[in-house]
Design a protein around this ligand. Structure first.
Ligand SMILES: Cc1cc2nc3c(=O)[nH]c(=O)nc-3n(C[C@H](O)[C@H](O)[C@H](O)COP(=O)(O)OP(=O)(O)OC[C@H]3O[C@@H](n4cnc5c(N)ncnc54)[C@H](O)[C@@H]3O)c2cc1C
Length: 289
């Protein structure tokens, strides 16, 4: 297997352009090394860990910039992420074991594009964007159009994710990420649900709501019909039940070794219900009544 250690983004792009589909980017390696051991060896590895400037968390006006090589542990221990983007912080906090979090990067979680990738549903509800470098320049791509299927993204084999840009949620917004897995954080999510609510000025109605579903479709998805049902209304028990059922119907899970499709749909309903209840209470100070 060929092995490359580019020192700049443009050097990495040249290697990718030359070796195309045979070469694979490796960051933390927690997915790539498992694939090499149990699935197949790529023709080459492009280790991007020696490229400076691809790591770190910083504020950029009204948004947060997270470098692609930033580890999940760095996100979990960032006071800025915890304060400004709790929905992403919760995903990092519930991600695998400490050992994996110390090595796994957010860029790898995105590059892997697994429907169960922990950070993906939170990035969808946060309206985040991927910054991707290509041989002909850098592009900013919203995550809403980024994931194209299990393991497939719009950047393909020739793009290099350099950073993630996340606008701060509107004032008063509250978000939560709920994960269901057999062995808690140690396991890949059977279902993950991210919910964010922005109340109106009087805290009487839902002004905006975003619901992201993970591990229940070929890509992480927004429950757009459920969001439309909820907007402009106060959250009462009847609406809450209706919304949770609708969210489950917006998922299209498969049955696999972790769960049946039917069970996953039921979990989407339960987690959406819990997520809406929690965020409504946190945002308005009111119980669902
Ligand atoms: C024991 C164990 C437990 C796990 N638990 C979880 C869990 O709870 N939740 C979860 O979501 N995942 C989990 N994973 C999966 C894995 O840890 C994550 O997907 C992790 O974020 C991958 O990051 P990495 O840096 O290790 O990626 P790598 O393995 O280096 O790469 C992953 C993929 O992304 C591509 N890639 C990496 N960086 C870039 C980049 N900058 N630009 C373009 N492509 C890139 C690679 O080519 C590869 O296809 C687990 C894995 C293991 C081994």
């Amino acid at each position: 297997m060929d092995y490359f250690e580019p020192k700049t983004v443009s050097e990495a792009l040249s290697v990718l352009a030359k070796h195309g589909a045979e070469a694979k980017v490796i960051a933390g390696g927690t997915d790539v090394m498992v694939d090499i051991k149990f699935k197949e060896e790529p023709g080459g590895l492009v280790n991007i860990k020696k490229i400076p400037g691809l790591s770190g968390i910083s504020e950029n006006g009204g948004s947060l910039r997270i470098g692609a090589l930033t580890t999940i542990r760095e996100i979990e221990t960032s006071a800025l992420v915890r304060e400004k983007l709790p929905v992403l912080w919760e995903a990092a906090h519930q991600f695998a074991s400490l050992q994996v979090r110390n090595t796994a990067t957010i860029g790898g979680n995105i590059g892997r594009a697994s429907p169960s990738g922990e950070t993906l549903a939170p990035l969808l509800v946060l309206d985040a964007k991927a910054k991707v470098a290509y041989a002909d320049g850098e592009k900013s791509e919203p995550f809403s159009a980024f994931f194209q299927g299990p393991g497939k993204t719009s950047m393909g084999a020739k793009g290099l994710l350099t950073e993630i840009e996340i606008p701060y949620p509107a004032a008063g917004s509250k978000g939560v990420y709920l994960k269901h897995a057999v062995r808690g954080a140690m396991d890949i999510a059977m279902v993950g649900v991210a919910v964010m609510i922005t109340p109106d000025a009087g805290k009487n109605n839902i002004q905006d709501v975003r619901i992201g579903l993970g591990a229940v479709a070929p890509t992480p998805v927004r429950a757009l019909k459920t969001e439309a049902l909820l907007r402009g209304k106060p959250l009462g028990p009847v609406l809450l039940k209706e919304a949770a059922i609708l969210a489950a119907s917006e998922s299209s899970p498969i049955s696999d070794q972790r769960s049946s499709a039917e069970n996953r749909r039921w979990i989407v309903e339960a987690l959406t219900r819990r997520g809406l209840e929690q965020t409504w209470k946190a945002a308005t100070g009111k119980e669902v009544a």
